[in-house]
Design a protein around this ligand. Structure first.
Ligand code: C2E
Ligand code: MG
Ligand code: MG
Ligand code: MG
Length: 291
C-alpha cells in the first residue's frame, strides 16, 4: 500500500524512478542511500584520488602511478571504490565521475611536471560505460588540452571483459585513443575471457598481470608457469608487462628474474594521497623492495 512505500526520483533522467517498500532489507536500503549520496559526492567534492606508484624493475625508478578513487563520505568515512563504482555504473553516474577522475589525474600529473619532477605516466581506470560513450575520445582530447599533459603521460586501463561487450567497436575506439598518443593497458590480465587472439589486434602498450596470479607465484608451480608465459607472450608482441599486487620480496625477485618490466604493489607502496606521492618523488623517486 501507498503508506508503506516510498518513491524516489533521480536528480536527472526522467523515467528513472525507483520504488521500494519500507520493509526492504537492510542491504538494499544501504545501497539505495549510498546511491543517493553519490549524486552529491561529486558536486560536494567528496571524491578524492589516491595514487599507487609503478616502478621500473631495471632501475627501481617510479615511472608511473595509478589513480585510484576513494569517497570521503561525511558519515561513513573513506569508502573504497568497489563499494560505490558498481553503483555508479548501474545508473550512469560513472560517466561524470570518470570524466572527473581523468581530468583530476591529468591535472595533478601535470602539476608534478611543472614542479620539476621527471615526467611519469598516470594510469586511469575506465569503466565499460565510459568505453561505450560516443564522446569518450573527445573527452580525452579535452582533458589533454585542459591539463597540457603530454599524451604519452596519460594511460587508460581497460579490462578484457570490457572489450568483449563489443570487440569490434572497442578496437576502433582503442585505435582512436592510441592515435592521440595516449597509452593503453589491459588490467587484471588473465581473469577475464581469454582474448589472446585479439591481443595482437589491440593497440595495447602494457599488460597488467592480475594479483591472483602473483599471489602464489613463488609457491605454486602452475602460477609461476602462467606468469612466465604471460611475460613471454607480451614481449613477443612487443607489449610491456607490469605485475600488480606484489606484496613480498620473493615475488619481486621472481618477477625480476623472469623479465617483468614493472611492478606495483603494497611491497613498494600502498596507494597514497597526492601530497604523499609528490613526497616520494621529492625523495628521489626510487622504491626498493627492501625499503
Ligand atoms: P584495479 O584497477 O585492479 O586496482 C588495483 C587494486 O588493487 C586497488 O584497489 C589497489 O589498492 C589494490 N592493490 C594494489 N597493490 C596491492 C597489493 O599489493 N595487495 C593487495 N591486496 N591489493 C593491492 P582499490 O583502490 O580498492 O581499487 C579496486 C578497483 O576499483 C580497481 O581495481 C578498479 O577496478 C576500480 N577503480 C578504482 N578507481 C577507479 C576509477 O577511478 N574508475 C573506475 N572505473 N574504477 C576504479
Ligand atoms: Mg587498474
Ligand atoms: Mg587490476
Ligand atoms: Mg582489479
Amino acid at each position: 500500500n501507498a503508506d508503506s512505500a516510498m518513491y524516489q526520483a533521480k536528480a536527472s533522467g526522467s523515467n528513472n524512478f525507483r520504488f521500494y517498500a519500507k520493509e526492504m532489507n537492510a542491504e538494499l536500503g544501504h545501497r539505495l542511500s549510498l546511491e543517493n549520496d553519490l549524486w552529491h559526492a561529486l558536486e560536494n567534492q567528496q571524491l578524492v584520488l589516491h595514487y599507487q606508484p609503478q616502478v621500473c624493475m631495471r632501475n627501481s625508478q617510479i615511472i608511473g602511478m595509478e589513480a585510484l578513487i576513494r569517497w570521503q563520505h561525511p558519515k561513513l568515512g573513506m569508502i573504497p571504490p568497489l563499494q560505490f563504482i558498481p553503483l555508479s555504473e548501474d545508473d550512469g553516474l560513472i560517466v561524470p565521475i570518470g570524466i572527473w577522475v581523468m581530468e583530476t589525474a591529468a591535472h595533478q600529473n601535470r602539476q608534478l611536471q611543472l614542479a620539476g619532477y621527471p615526467p611519469i605516466r598516470v594510469a586511469v581506470n575506465l569503466s565499460v560505460r565510459q568505453l561505450e560513450q560516443k564522446d569518450l575520445v573527445h573527452c580525452i582530447e579535452k582533458t589533454l588540452q585542459h591539463s597540457g599533459l603530454d599524451p604519452q603521460c596519460l594511460e587508460l586501463e581497460i579490462t578484457e571483459s570490457m572489450l568483449m561487450h563489443n570487440i569490434e567497436e572497442s578496437i576502433i575506439t582503442l585505435n582512436r585513443i592510441s592515435d592521440l598518443g595516449v597509452q593503453l593497458s589491459l588490467d587484471d590480465f588473465g581473469t577475464g575471457y581469454s582474448s589472446l587472439s585479439y591481443l595482437k589486434r589491440l593497440p595495447i602498450n602494457r599488460l597488467k598481470i592480475d594479483k591472483s596470479f602473483i599471489n602464489d607465484i613463488t609457491t605454486t608451480y602452475n602460477d609461476a608457469i602462467i606468469a612466465r608465459s604471460i611475460i613471454a607472450l607480451a614481449h613477443s608482441l612487443e607489449i610491456q608487462v607490469i605485475a600488480e599486487g606484489v606484496e613480498s620480496a620473493d615475488q619481486y625477485a621472481f618477477l625480476l628474474e623472469n623479465g617483468c618490466d614493472e611492478v606495483q604493489g603494497y611491497l613498494l607502496s600502498r596507494p597514497r594521497p597526492f601530497e604523499e606521492m609528490e613526497a616520494l618523488l621529492r625523495d628521489g623517486g626510487r622504491l626498493l623492495p627492501a625499503s
